[in-house]
Unconditional design. Sequence first.
Length: 131
Amino acid sequence: MNVDVSGPAVPRLSRASISLFVAQVLRAARGRFAEVSIAFVSDSAMRRLNRQYRGKNKTTDVLTFPGDRPDIVISLDQARRQAADEKHSLATEVRYLICHGLLHALGYDHETDEGEMNALELRVRQTVGLA
């Protein structure tokens, strides 16, 4: 599997470790993609994407564009704030967001399901050591 990572580097989270993490999450969730794209962007870029694709004129932490080659976009600005709020590292928060985005790419939607995505996300986090 190929993982294409773009945007600024994340401290203590190499691009190689991101690729390994993506593979671990997909294995734990029983999902498969030949290629995944992960882009790290600013709040302003995320706000534009969120407005364009979801009609929401505000930033968000992660957006997923599903398909055979899913694109996961993560706001590093928002991830930094969330990491500070949760008192863990940016690298840990980015892992949470990658996991969440991958589950959306696999077709799960916590906004419309009966808690299935949240339950699966907790199981996957536990399996990959993010519990």
